[in-house]
Design a binder for this molecule. Structure first.
Ligand code: ADP
Ligand code: MG
Length: 701
């Protein structure tokens, strides 16, 4: 297998090795310049690349190509065209031009645009992103050449998640290079962001999944009582893999490797039926494309194994939800990680400056970061006692916190705490050096050695948004820093003063304690840190003057784009809750209520038949069960009627007002319906219960 792995890795990717093999030297050099330095691409070069790509793809069995893009739905989209073109004598030629490689023209009217375009102006363009390699995908339709593209409107506004991410990568690169110049690193031409997203997911049995409309329509269970066993035994986390799960993981890994994705770590997660896959980090843009592919591959492979892969942030109430830890750092084109503190961070002024920039960015724009990790599913996680709180803070660990304290208190940092040796008290186990810092699982934004880990992101989300925000807010601080330092007479003194001033002003964002505790919520409020409770309440952050200023200054989003995106977010929230509420109404009316009526009737029949057989028999158990059932049934019916009328009222509203109504009125009404049904589940005969239970779904995989 080891040999096989090196053979299959990247086999479906038109990667650098393939390009060197197949492109004329000059073409390759020109393309490389565009990829590395963002220089314009000559159309003649595109023609040659397209032809080589086509030959390569056809040799591998491809019949079609597609511009693969990431509209604001958060998932990917594609439209396939075959390579055929008519030739003389009733024959065909296989063709693919540079023009077809560079530009596509899907009808844009059916994708969310937030008012950026009316349906009658349907023109939208996809444009080749040559920084992310093309790849092949095989499915029932055959083999398709997929070309990663950006998607924009006729007037040039971004209609996707990739374009702003690419813009933000340019912004942070430009600003970081300015800073590095001041430190004398003239050789650094660009700085890229490295991202390693850890993906959590659930696997459930497909046949059981198909019996639950809530899973099918909304990706999460909308009803369900807790089984006798949940995750309290802590026996699933890192537990031994069940055979069916290992078979799934093996195939996911192989598919990922073929696509050049560095799938690295896999294990069981905290909740039963929950697992994780982490790749080795890559450049933000490629990591984003890869993460989209990982999610697609997981869904497809699960299907083949009679499983359903749930990527929702909270598929089951009462057990842990799923997130996506977004590990992020900045790396120069010369290979230096700017967030690497080295052995003696207190002496590493350049590192401290970048660290200070991140602290300031996170503190100044905590609202934007919070928003970037918001979706309807994540509302169930953030702030609940399992995921990071909705309050943003930064965990630095003992070593760095100590360095910053020295700086703040004395103006000088003269030492760095070291990790020391770890001795476990068993002679046969070798001693090893431990890290200078322990881990903290409760922090939303944690420094983990040489990178930050943004832990709030939801499992189903594209990581493009969070990284776009992170890159932009850090770019903005670096730009202010550079402005100030470029003017300084004495650089060393100026840098020192700037670091001290910044960490002093922003120390409120640093928190190394337990982020789940109530004391922290109170403390954070005292410190003036925002605690934005839900997605709907976070959306307005996108269009504040402060947000418009930084996003437009760094050319990541224009004001028009920001407003359109806010509108899309409101709409997405409303649509999601609307689907969930309607699914609940349907399940209650068509499944649960009829099942409960059957159960109640059988109780009544039993009482009647026993009484007629033995008039003085004790039927108190049946009677009290019947009373309890009937009363819960009445509650359920009242709740369905209320929910139905709220959903109808919501349909009359629009935009922010509608989203807020869904949050404040419809959402609580959904809980009111869930409560009696879940109580009934614990009473009603299992044979009569119309859907698989939590126990069936979580433990019988
Ligand atoms: P843990 O979260 O348990 O500390 P790892 O150290 O293995 O796990 O890292 C988790 C993820 O972070 C992996 O995807 C890894 O590739 C990624 N990662 C490691 N170093 C960096 C870095 N410098 N920049 C971005 N991501 C990184
Ligand atoms: Mg992690």
């Amino acid at each position: 297998m080891a040999e096989k792995l090196t053979e299959i890795f990247g086999i479906d990717v038109f990667d650098e090795t393939t390009m060197i093999e197949r492109l004329p030297k000059k073409t390759y050099a020109a393309l490389k310049k565009t990829i590395q330095n963002g220089e314009d691409l000559d159309p003649a070069v595109a023609d040659v690349v397209a032809n080589a790509m086509k030959d390569w793809a056809i040799e591998r069995g491809a019949t079609h190509f597609t511009h693969w893009f990431q509209p604001m739905t958060g998932i990917t989209a594609e439209k396939h065209d075959s390579f055929i073109s008519p030739a003389s004598g009733g024959k065909i030629l296989m063709e693919f031009s540079g023009k077809e490689l560079i530009k596509g023209e899907p009808d844009a009217s059916s994708f969310p645009s937030g008012g950026l375009r009316a349906t009658f102006e349907a023109r939208g363009y996809t444009a080749w992103d040559c920084t992310s390699p093309a790849f092949l995908r095989e499915d029932a339709a055959g083999v398709t050449l997929c070309i990663p593209t950006a998607f924009c409107s006729y007037t040039g506004e971004a209609l996707d998640k990739k374009t702003p991410l690419l813009r933000s990568m340019e912004a942070i690169s430009d600003q970081a290079v300015r800073i590095l110049k001041l430190f004398g690193h003239d050789n650094v031409k660009s700085v890229s962001c490295s991202v390693g997203p850890e993906q959590e997911y659930f696997l459930v049995d497909k046949a059981k999944y198909l019996k639950r409309e809530d899973l099918i329509f909304s990706g999460r269970t909308l009803f369900g009582a807790m089984p006798p066993k949940g995750q309290e035994m802590e026996d699933h986390y890192f537990g031994c893999l069940k055979e069916r799960i290992s078979a799934f993981m093996k195939e996911v890994n192989e598919e990922c490797w073929k696509l050049g994705i560095l799938a690295k770590t896999q294990h069981n997660e905290v909740a039963p039926a929950q697992h994780e896959l982490a790749p080795i980090y890559a450049t933000a843009n490629i990591a984003t494309d890869h993460n989209q592919l990982v999610m697609e591959v997981m869904k497809k492979v699960a299907n083949r194994h009679g499983l359903a892969c749930l990527l929702h942030e909270k598929p089951f109430a009462g057990v842990n939800g799923s997130g996506k830890h977004d590990n992020w750092s900045m790396v120069t084109d010369t290979g230096k990680n700017l967030l690497d503190p080295g052995k003696t961070p207190h002496e590493n002024v350049q590192f401290l400056l970048f660290l200070a920039a991140v602290l300031k960015a996170v503190d100044d724009h905590a609202d934007l970061l919070r928003l970037s990790a918001s979706n309807p599913g994540n509302d169930h996680r953030l702030g609940a006692n399992e995921a990071p709180p909705a309050i943003i803070s930064v965990f630095l660990g003992d070593q760095l916190a100590d360095v910053l304290t020295q700086l703040i208190e004395t103006g000088e940092a003269t030492s760095s705490k070291q990790g020391g040796k770890l001795n476990v008290g068993v002679h046969t186990i070798p001693e090893f050096r431990k890290d200078a810092t322990d881990r903290n699982r409760t922090s939303p934004f944690a420094f983990t050695g040489n990178k930050f880990e943004f832990r709030m992101v939801g499992s189903s989300m594209s990581i493009a948004g969070p990284n776009t925000t992170l890159n932009t807010i850090v770019a903005d601080v670096l730009s202010d820093f550079a402005d100030e330092l470029e003017k300084a007479d004495n650089f060393d003194v100026a840098v020192h003063d700037l670091i001290k001033k910044t960490v002093t002003e922003h120390q409120r964002i640093v928190f190394n304690g337990n982020g789940y505790s109530d004391e922290w919520v109170a403390e954070a409020e005292k410190r003036g840190l925002p605690n934005i409770k839900s997605m709907v309440e976070a959306i307005p952050c996108m269009v504040t003057d402060k947000a418009v200023k930084i996003f437009s200054k760094h050319k990541v989003f224009s004001e028009v784009e920001l407003h359109s995106r806010a509108e899309i977010e409101y709409e997405a929230y409303s649509k999601t809750i609307n689907i969930e509420a309607k699914t609940m109404i349907e399940m209650a009316n068509k499944l649960y209520i009829p099942a409960v009526i059957k159960f109640a009737s059988s109780l009544a029949a039993s009482i009647n038949s026993i009484k007629s057989a033995v008039p003085d028999a004790d039927v108190s158990v049946q009677e009290s069960l019947l009373k309890e059932t009937s009363s819960l049934l009445a509650n359920a019916k009242t709740a369905v009627s209320a929910l139905t009328s709220y959903v109808a009222a919501a349909a009359e509203k629009e935009g922010a007002e509608q989203a807020l109504y869904f949050r404040k009125v419809v959402f609580p009404a959904m809980s009111s319906l869930r409560t009696p049904i879940d109580e009934l589940e614990l009473i009603v005969d299992k044979e009569l219960w119309p859907v698989p239970t939590y126990g069936d779904l979580l433990f019988e995989v």
